[in-house]
Structures are given as structure tokens and as C-alpha cells.
Design a protein around this ligand. Structure first.
Ligand SMILES: *[C@@H]1O[C@H](CO)[C@@H](O)[C@H](O)[C@H]1NC(C)=O
Ligand SMILES: *[C@@H]1O[C@H](CO)[C@@H](O)[C@H](O)[C@H]1NC(C)=O
Ligand SMILES: *[C@@H]1O[C@H](CO)[C@@H](O)[C@H](O)[C@H]1NC(C)=O
Ligand SMILES: *[C@@H]1O[C@H](CO)[C@@H](O)[C@H](O)[C@H]1NC(C)=O
Ligand SMILES: *[C@@H]1O[C@H](CO)[C@@H](O)[C@H](O)[C@H]1NC(C)=O
Ligand SMILES: *[C@@H]1O[C@H](CO)[C@@H](O)[C@H](O)[C@H]1NC(C)=O
Length: 600
């Protein structure tokens, strides 16, 4: 092994990967023939289409090449190995399938990175979307794409659990933070396995193009185009022509919330700061086992209860966090030393206590927090421990969505345990456990980002892979570590999440410095906004429809595009100047719908 190049595992910190590249893939038009090539060659932002779909199943034939390969030379191996070279030890060869498809194989590998590579030139500030179709010759194995920089650093860019006998789509990417030449290569830890690759693509996007796609997607997934029609109630439905009206959005449809801690109980400033901005929250620690039962048998819900009351008094919905935490470090001290038999008893009491107490009052539960990284309950109580607790939680509180909740799945591409593929596997394990099939499941991705350029390309491809489950995704604990561009990076991350169709909510673990939120402080000790706080306030404003006035046409109609949410419309009767107010709700199902309002 000493002869091997430094592998990725462990030697590359996850922050390296977030700092450097980015990727994203387009899959959209790849199969639609000639229309595509036109799109690809034009360099204008509006021409590059983004498709949020990913291919969940493993295909008998490799799927098409996105972007015709982008900057990859000979992406389909139709010219043999031209443009590609051996990387490390081992051998490469071109093979042809029974259907005459040509693909590339790395075999006789001795080191994880032994594969083949191609040099590409990256330009600073651009995001590069990577995709390739992958297969292994036996069983299944994680295969990653890796970018080797000129400085000899290996930057992971995404991974897939590839299978024998069919082709899986590996998506990922890199954000280039300097202009340089890098080698694109493939890694698999099990060197006995051959890596098969076909239809490789690496497509650059400027930041402007990236933002363009975010905006375009947001427009599509967070707003609906609707029509109003105003008619007279007492004139057999006669249209009111030139009726003036005023529309006000009373509640945003998209849950964009913030964590909260016990300081909320002691500061009216913090209360005002919170309640004037957010309608969704998670208590950072107050519901955790170590908070509610610090000493065995002495449960104390004083703080959690008071926080629930504050939230309810202010119409703030709560995600329950958490029933259990699978990290051995974060058990109440007395729990750490229990025998398995006593642990089982104590844990049963815990879940019954906390879930019954808040049953019907919460929108979600993080049931067994971080159970991909850790396994305290599995190690002590058996491998089905988490599955059983999801079942119990659901029986006690059938209205809350039951979430897994993990870090590094969208924020770092080098953490294989919680890669999107492994996340899907764990999700399946828990919700296909006998009896768990009907539980409303949720995918919680925490989103604790480092101080460097976030790899939004990787983030997007991760969300796409998770989205193939059809399970709602929430970003549950978004934070960005302090650094020169903290506010800008926070904005990029929030926009990326908000524009993704499978993301159904975002909670930040952030807040005023007064309450100790000094990783991502949104306000200082005096509740004045930080730059990150300005970003959040601006997005809250941007993600809702501004109050507007309008006037119906000759048919009594008015058309517009509105953010999802609750609305109030006040209509002035042109004959009498009297006004009447109605309410309506715009959802994703409202697209193309006409809302009818009548006046006397
Ligand atoms: C660029 O990324 C590399 C890691 O890939 C990192 O070491 C370096 O500090 C980054 N440079 C800047 C200017 O962010
Ligand atoms: C590595 O792959 C070989 C060939 O498929 C397989 O026999 C072996 O069990 C694998 N090793 C590990 C550690 O998974
Ligand atoms: C419960 O917790 C509250 C808040 O920390 C504390 O004031 C109270 O004394 C505790 N009750 C008991 C019985 O320990
Ligand atoms: C876990 O659950 C599965 C499905 O019910 C069962 O077949 C298996 O025996 C259980 N394993 C343990 C260790 O309890
Ligand atoms: C962060 O918050 C803690 C707890 O409120 C406080 O004691 C500390 O001084 C803060 N640190 C900074 C750098 O503001
Ligand atoms: C309605 O209001 C407009 C503008 O204020 C005014 O010009 C008009 O005379 C009013 N019409 C009636 C019927 O009161």
C-alpha cells in the first residue's frame, strides 16, 4: 500500500472538497437529439438547461452522455482510449458489449486510484458538472470521481454504489477556485474489482449561469401562474371590468425557519427578533434526552414546554429534535453506563415520555439522529433498534413526519458513510422494516458548511439523488462557518436549496449572537443584523410576493405569477367604491387555475 498514491479516504479533509470544486449535471435534454447540440454549443446562460432528474435505477445500457461530454475528449470511447491515459498501476482497455457499445475498463488494479484519467483545464470561478455511467464486474462497490489538482491534491467530486450487470449514473462536480489543469480519475477502494466507465461528461458553468438556473428553477417550483376573475354576484355572473384590487401575501408557503434555544424565554428582544421573521423552528437542544432527563428518573420539561408555548402563541411550527441521538458522546451521562437491558427500559421510557408529551403538536420528529454516522443504540440493542424506534414514534404521534437527520450528505463529498447513495439505503432499511411502510418519512440533511466556497454542484447532485426516493427533503440545521465570504456562501446555499423541487423546508441553526449563535450569527449582541442576517432578511422578502394593486380586464380577468402561500385580496366595487376582502391559497397545484371572486 505504501506504493499507492495517497488515497482519498481520511487523507483529504472534507473541507478541501467543499473549497474547491463544484459540479452539476444536466441530464435534461441529453436524449432529445439534435436540439441538444445547439443548446450546448451556445454560451449564453439561458441556453444551458438544468434538469433536476436523476436516474434511480441501474440500466442495462449506459444512459446518454450529457452535454455531449462537455470538455471531455472522446467521452463515449468511440475512438478507443484516445484522450485517456493509465493512472497509477494497473491496466486499461476498451471493451465492446454484445450490443456493440464501447466502454472503458480499468483492471488489474493495485491501488484505489488505479484507473484512467484525462487532463482538463478548469477556469477559476466556474462550476463543473460531472457525470458518467459506471459498472463494476462483481457485486457492488462505491466508485468515486476524483480530481487531482496541479498541487497533487485529490479532490473528491461525488460517488455512486455501482453494481454488476447494469450501469449506474455517477453525478457530482467541482467548483474551481483557481485556473489550473486537473486530472479526472476514478477511485474504488476494493482493488480486486474492475471499474467500467462510459459516457463521461464535464460541463463548465459560470456563476452567472448557475444563478440563472437557480432563479429559473425557483420561478418554476415556488410560484404558480394563476388568474383572478371578478364577477357580480347579483348580475348573473357578469364580469366586473376595471375592478381595482389589492393583493397581500399573508403567509409564505415555503417553510424557511430558524433554530431557537432557551434564551428565547428570557429576552423579549430575541422573541421579537424571531417572531417577526420565522414561522418554523427546531429547538437546538431543549428537547434532547440530555436536556429533559439529566438525572435518571428526574424528567424536567419546564424549558421545552415553555418554548413550545412561545412557538404556539406566535404561530410557529416546530420540528421535534430529537428523540434519540445515535452518537455515544451525546447520551445523558447516566445512560452511557447502563447495561443493554437497562438501556432498553430507559430508552422505552424516554420515547414514550417525549413523544406522547408533544404528540399532535409538532410537524416532524428527528427520531434517531445521525444513525448513519453512529450506532449507539444498534450496538447495544441490536441492528433493528432505529427501525423499531421509528415504528414506536409513529404509533405515539401519527401526524408528525418521521425524519432521518444527518450531516455531510450535501455539504461534503468525501464522507462515504453518508453519501446520498448510502443515505437512500438506510432510508429504505428503516421504512421497509415490517410495519414501517406507511410511516410518513422525511430526509433531513443538516447542512453544516465549512468556511470555503461551497461545492454547490455537489450539493445539487446530492439533492437530485435523494430526490429519486420521492421523500420530502428538509435542510434541517444550515450553518456556515465564519470566513471572509460567509454571508455570500450562506446566500448561495440557501438559494440552491430553495430552488430544488424536492426540498420542502429549510431550517438554519443560526440566530442572534445574544443567544450564543456565533458560528452563523445573524444579528449582533444588540440585535443589529450581521451581513449574514441581511442575506436572510433579503431572502425572506424576495421569496414572497410583494403587495400589489391590479385592475381587471374587459373579461374581469387578471393574470399573474404568485409565490405559494396564503393571500388576501381586497376588491373595490367600481360602482360604489365599497370594498370587500377574500382570502385564497396558492400552492404548486394552483398553476393555471382561476380564482373566482364575486362582488355585490
Ligand atoms: C482552493 O482549493 C484548494 C483545495 O482544493 C485549497 O487548498 C485552497 O486553499 C483554495 N484556495 C482558495 C483561494 O480558496
Ligand atoms: C473485493 O472485491 C472482490 C471481488 O469482487 C470480492 O471477492 C471481495 O470480497 C471484496 N472485498 C471486500 C473487502 O469487499
Ligand atoms: C426544572 O427545570 C427548571 C428550569 O431549568 C428549573 O427552574 C426547575 O427547578 C427544575 N425542576 C426541578 C424539579 O428540578
Ligand atoms: C431485524 O429485522 C428483520 C426483519 O424483521 C429480521 O428478519 C431480523 O431477524 C432482525 N434482526 C435482529 C438482529 O433482530
Ligand atoms: C459565542 O457565544 C458564547 C455563548 O453565548 C459567548 O460566551 C461567546 O463570547 C461568543 N463568542 C464570540 C466570539 O462572540
Ligand atoms: C370613487 O372614488 C373615486 C376616486 O376616489 C372618485 O373619483 C369617485 O367619484 C368615487 N365614486 C363613487 C361612486 O363614490
Amino acid at each position: 500500500m505504501a506504493a499507492c498514491l495517497a488515497g482519498l479516504g481520511g487523507t483529504i479533509s472534507s473541507s478541501v472538497c467543499t473549497m474547491s470544486l463544484f459540479l452539476w449535471l444536466t441530464f435534461v435534454f441529453c436524449c432529445s437529439g439534435s436540439a441538444i447540440s445547439g443548446l450546448i454549443t451556445q454560451a449564453v446562460s439561458s441556453d444551458v438547461q438544468y434538469d433536476a432528474t436523476a436516474t434511480p435505477q441501474c440500466l442495462a445500457e449506459p444512459g446518454c452522455t450529457m452535454y455531449q461530454g462537455g470538455i471531455i475528449v472522446n467521452p463515449e470511447f468511440s475512438h478507443g482510449t484516445a484522450g485517456w491515459t493509465v493512472f497509477g498501476k494497473g491496466a486499461i482497455e476498451e471493451r465492446t458489449s454484445r450490443t456493440k457499445n464501447r466502454f472503458m475498463v480499468a483492471h488489474h488494479r493495485k491501488c484505489p486510484l488505479d484507473s484512467f484519467s484525462q487532463k482538463v483545464r478548469l477556469e477559476k470561478g466556474k462550476f463543473y458538472a460531472f457525470s458518467a455511467w459506471i459498472q463494476v464486474n462483481e457485486g457492488s462497490e462505491t466508485v468515486s470521481v476524483v480530481f487531482r489538482t496541479g498541487h497533487g491534491m485529490f479532490v473528491p467530486g461525488g460517488s455512486i454504489v455501482a453494481e454488476q450487470g447494469c450501469w449506474s449514473l455517477l453525478k457530482g462536480g467541482i467548483a474551481a477556485n483557481s485556473s489550473s489543469t486537473v486530472d479526472v480519475l476514478f477511485e474504488s477502494k476494493n482493488t480486486s474489482k474492475e471499474i467500467w466507465v462510459d459516457n463521461v461528461a464535464l460541463q463548465p458553468f459560470s456563476k452567472k449561469q448557475w444563478r440563472f438556473h437557480q432563479d429559473e428553477s425557483m420561478e418554476k417550483v415556488r410560484k404558480s401562474r394563476v388568474r383572478f376573475q371578478i364577477t357580480y354576484a347579483n348580475k348573473r355572473g357578469l364580469a366586473v371590468r376595471g375592478a381595482k384590487f389589492f393583493v397581500k401575501q399573508t403567509k409564505p408557503g415555503f417553510p424557511f425557519g430558524c433554530g431557537m434555544n432557551f434564551h428565547i424565554l428570557e429576552s423579549t428582544d430575541y422573541q421579537y427578533w424571531f417572531a417577526s421573521r420565522f414561522r418554523f423552528t427546531t429547538f437546538t437542544n431543549a428537547m434532547k434526552w440530555y436536556s429533559t432527563e439529566e438525572k435518571q428518573g428526574r424528567e424536567n420539561y419546564t424549558i421545552a414546554d415553555a418554548m413550545v408555548k412561545f412557538a404556539q402563541d406566535n404561530c410557529i411550527s416546530i420540528r421535534g429534535h430529537n428523540i434519540f441521538w445515535d452518537d455515544p458522546k451525546y447520551q445523558p451521562d447516566w445512560v452511557k453506563t447502563l447495561s443493554p437491558k437497562d438501556l432498553r427500559k430507559a430508552a422505552e421510557k424516554r420515547i414514550n415520555s417525549v413523544v406522547s408529551r408533544y404528540a399532535g403538536e409538532l410537524i416532524a420528529w428527528d427520531v434517531v439522529n445521525e444513525n448513519m454516522h453512529f450506532s449507539f443504540f444498534e450496538d447495544n440493542l441490536g441492528k433493528n433498534a432505529s427501525s423499531i424506534y421509528y415504528s414506536t414514534a409513529y404509533k405515539l404521534d401519527p401526524t408528525a413526519r418521521m425524519f432521518l437527520n444527518e450531516y455531510n450528505t450535501i455539504e461534503y463529498c468525501g464522507d462515504e458513510k453518508v453519501s446520498p447513495g448510502n443515505y437512500k439505503k438506510r432510508l429504505r432499511e428503516i421504512f421497509s422494516y415490517p410495519g414501517n411502510e406507511d410511516i410518513p418519512a422525511g430526509i433531513g440533511v443538516q447542512g453544516h458548511f465549512g468556511p470555503g466556497q461551497p461545492n454547490l454542484a455537489y450539493m445539487r447532485s446530492s439533492l437530485e439523488i435523494l430526490a429519486t426516493t420521492g421523500v420530502p427533503i428538509w435542510l434541517t440545521e444550515v450553518s456556515v462557518e465564519p470566513g471572509d465570504n460567509q454571508a455570500q456562501y450562506l446566500e448561495e446555499i440557501l438559494r440552491e436549496a430553495h430552488c430544488h423541487p424536492a426540498v420542502e423546508g429549510i431550517i438554519m441553526f443560526a440566530g442572534p449572537a445574544y443567544a450564543g449563535f456565533n458560528t452563523t450569527a445573524l444579528a449582533d449582541m444588540n440585535f443589529n443584523n450581521t451581513p449574514a442576517g441581511d442575506v436572510v432578511d433579503n431572502l425572506i422578502k424576495e421569496w414572497r410576493t410583494r403587495d400589489f394593486e391590479g385592475c381587471t380586464d374587459g373579461g374581469g380577468f387578471f393574470s399573474t405569477s404568485l409565490f405559494h402561500g396564503d393571500y388576501e385580496i381586497t376588491i373595490t366595487n367600481p360602482a360604489t367604491n365599497s370594498t370587500s376582502t377574500s382570502t385564497f391559497e396558492v400552492t404548486k397545484d394552483s398553476s393555471g387555475r382561476t380564482f373566482h371572486f364575486q362582488i355585490e
